[in-house]
Design a protein around this ligand. Structure first.
Ligand code: 86X
Length: 625
């Protein structure tokens, strides 16, 4: 309830701030308002200002509709829509919100068609932005206008949308994953499928729906999460006899079948993985990729005969996650152990890879690998007869990474021009752009571009050319920069004459003239260097943001400076809770991120920064997503 009220307040704040900003289409503005209204309605009690108490009551409904209509008109760009606004307000009776919206949208359309009569590139841009972006939310047709270190949240949203990674949807906390995001996701999936194949993990698929009785089989672990579970209660107009839950994770779905399928030591290990979606109706502020109500992931569930075998797998999987982040996404992560407070309640212990976003000073859990011990085996009666003919409980693990990986990558590498994709996962690795000059031989230049692109693709690279003649080269440069393409190749008349091309790196802007002979090998090597440089730069930034603290005062100061904090800790649950409480009001609640497996030495007699007791280990602390 308390959580709800905080969210309602947040939504009201959003509502108050919601207006049509520069460059935002009427459609985008209208949809944004609608999303907030709908979201509010799901949290708020039915109006009780009249005796019938129902939202069907005509008076309540009419006054709410009028309020919404006014809000919509109030937030419109006054420099454009004042006339149509007055026209609407003069109508008697007032039109419905939908009618008012169509009137304003009509006005916008009229303006756009008159814009098309403008000449030159501006007009071309106006047409294209209407054709391509009319369903896009907010001001994406202006490109990235907010700087990363000025308003990180706005910047992130713009980069995601301008890079065509995602689009907003009319249900809060749900996002459309556009082809660029899905391409990255599928490249990561291909890598991980090969890992699974090698580890002899089999793919399977369990249903999306969970019966209430199955979901609640393991009360302890479900209890804390219960408010996040989404339920199906109707089919068409009729209520279901028993509501059906949508999986928030699949332990309780899968483990009853482990119990059926595992009988003898010959059935072990049982190693299963599934790629799926899960739904968690979160109440904290949603962020594309980072925290969404539906997301994609792989969830691995395994059962082993021995503790050692299970322990070993936990760390192997964790290292695959590290590899994915560092070698594919060029994002440095720390491997470590979660505290008792932060571990998955159903686990014996939880390991994770943790990333850090220097601009916001927040840590973010990148992926987790849990050792479940025999907890679930007891609960679900998963036993096997060992070689001696005796019954034993199995040792289980579960592990996952999600589409959050993409958000971490965008936050880490993106800059004021937009996305910066690491070559290994970039949907387009090289964009080839002709640079015709005055009366140069345009045809020959285009031909050279295609030849270069073909050669690159022949070598297995993801290359494209942009020959469209209604955009200037400069426009194309920023367009493909915004999309994060790691390498640009320009070919102009001079290059043609010299049988060379110009390369421009997205990561650092460095340009080079490169002979056509041997170009493919050069580009492959260069992409490797870009990949490495992106990791090195990100790691340097992360390391620069990290401080070692020994005392409470140093801790609070570092937290205020958005640092990633490494501190000696007594490893006691109450102390971590206390740190959370004590930091909550000042700088935002800090918690443990993980205790790194790679532990610096801890000199004898070192004290815990928070409790003054003897320190047991070094632990990373910070605010987190
Ligand atoms: C925790 C644990 C675990 C398999 C993983 O982290 C890896 C893959 N699952 C997930 N978790 C929940 O168990 C959970 C349960 C319910 Cl009912 C819920 F609504 C939300 C949850 N969120 C996380």
């Amino acid at each position: 309830m308390k959580k709800n009220s905080a969210r309602v307040y947040e939504l009201k704040e959003e509502l108050r701030a919601c207006r049509q900003r520069k460059g935002m289409t009427v459609d985008d503005y209208y949809n944004k308002l609608k999303t907030i209204w709908e979201d509010l309605a799901t949290y708020q009690h039915k109006p009780n200002s009249c005796l019938c108490g129902g939202s069907n009551c005509e008076d309540v409904k009419t006054s709410r509709d009028e309020e919404r209509l006014h809000q919509f008109l109030l937030g419109l760009d006054a420099s454009i829509y004042t006339n149509v606004k007055n026209e609407i307000l003069d109508m008697d009776p007032l039109p419905s919100l939908e009618q008012a919206y169509s009137m304003v949208a009509q006005e916008e359309e009229n303006r756009v068609s008159s814009n098309q009569e403008l000449s030159g590139e501006l007009a071309v841009y106006a047409i294209s932005s209407v054709e391509e972006e009319s369903v896009e939310t907010a001001d994406t047709n202006l490109g990235v206008t907010v700087k990363k270190d000025e308003d990180f949240g706005q910047w992130y949203s713009q980069v995601c949308r301008c890079g065509e990674m995602m689009a907003y949807y009319d249900i809060s906390g749900c996002y459309i994953l556009r082809p660029n995001a899905m391409k990255i996701w599928n490249i990561m999936r291909t890598y991980f499928d090969a890992v699974l194949e090698k580890a002899e993990v089999d793919e399977n698929y369990f249903p999306l729906f969970v019966s209430a009785s199955v979901l609640e089989k393991e009360k302890d672990h479900v209890q804390g999460f219960a408010p996040e579970v989404a339920w199906v209660t109707k089919a068409g107009k009729s209520d279901l006899n028993v509501p059906i839950a949508i999986r928030p994770t699949s332990e309780t779905v899968i483990y009853p079948y482990f119990s059926k399928w595992i009988k003898s030591h010959r059935d072990l290990p049982l190693k299963l993985n599934q790629w799926n979606n899960v739904v968690r109706w979160e109440f904290s502020k949603p962020t594309p990729f980072i925290r969404s109500r539906e997301f994609l992931w792989q969830e691995g569930h395994t059962a082993h005969a021995t503790e050692e075998e299970a322990d070993k797998e936990v760390l192997e999987v964790l290292d695959h996650y590290r590899h994915l982040y560092e070698e594919y996404l060029a994002v440095p992560v720390v491997k470590g152990m979660k505290s008792e407070n932060e571990k998955f309640a159903g686990a014996r212990y939880t390991t994770s890879v943790e990333a850090f976003i220097p601009e916001t000073g927040r840590g973010i859990q990148g992926a987790t690998s849990h050792c479940l011990g025999t907890k679930f085996a007891k609960m679900f009666d998963i036993k096997f007869t060992n070689k001696e003919g005796k019954n034993e409980l199995v040792w289980q693990n579960s592990w996952a990474y999600s589409t959050r990986t993409i958000g971490v990558m965008i936050m880490t590498h993106g800059d004021d021009k937009g996305l910066v994709n690491p070559p290994k996962v970039a949907p387009i690795q090289v964009i080839v752009i002709p640079v015709p000059f005055k009366d140069a031989d345009t045809k020959e230049i285009s031909k050279a571009c295609c030849a270069v692109k073909d050669a690159l693709r022949e070598a297995g690279l993801r290359a494209k050319e942009d020959l469209s003649d209604n955009y200037s080269p400069k426009w194309k440069y920023s367009h493909w920069e915004m999309k994060g393409v790691p390498l640009r190749i320009e070919i102009g008349p001079r290059d043609l004459a010299k049988n060379q091309v110009r390369t421009v790196r997205r990561d650092n802007g460095v340009k080079a003239d490169v002979p056509r002979v041997g170009l493919v090998e050069y580009v492959m090597e260069l992409l490797g260097k870009i990949q490495q440089n992106m990791f090195d730069v990100a790691k340097q930034k992360r390391d620069d943001a990290c401080v070692v603290v020994k005392t409470w005062d140093e801790f609070v100061e570092a937290l205020g400076q958005k640092k990633l904090i490494l501190a000696p800790w007594c490893d006691e649950e109450e102390v971590e809770m206390d740190v959370k409480r004590r930091t909550k009001d000042e700088v935002g609640a800090a918690k443990t991120l993980c205790s790194p497996f790679d532990q610096p030495e801890i000199p004898e007699g070192t004290l815990c920064f928070a409790s003054g007791k003897l320190a047991k280990k070094w632990t990373y602390w910070g605010k987190s997503y």
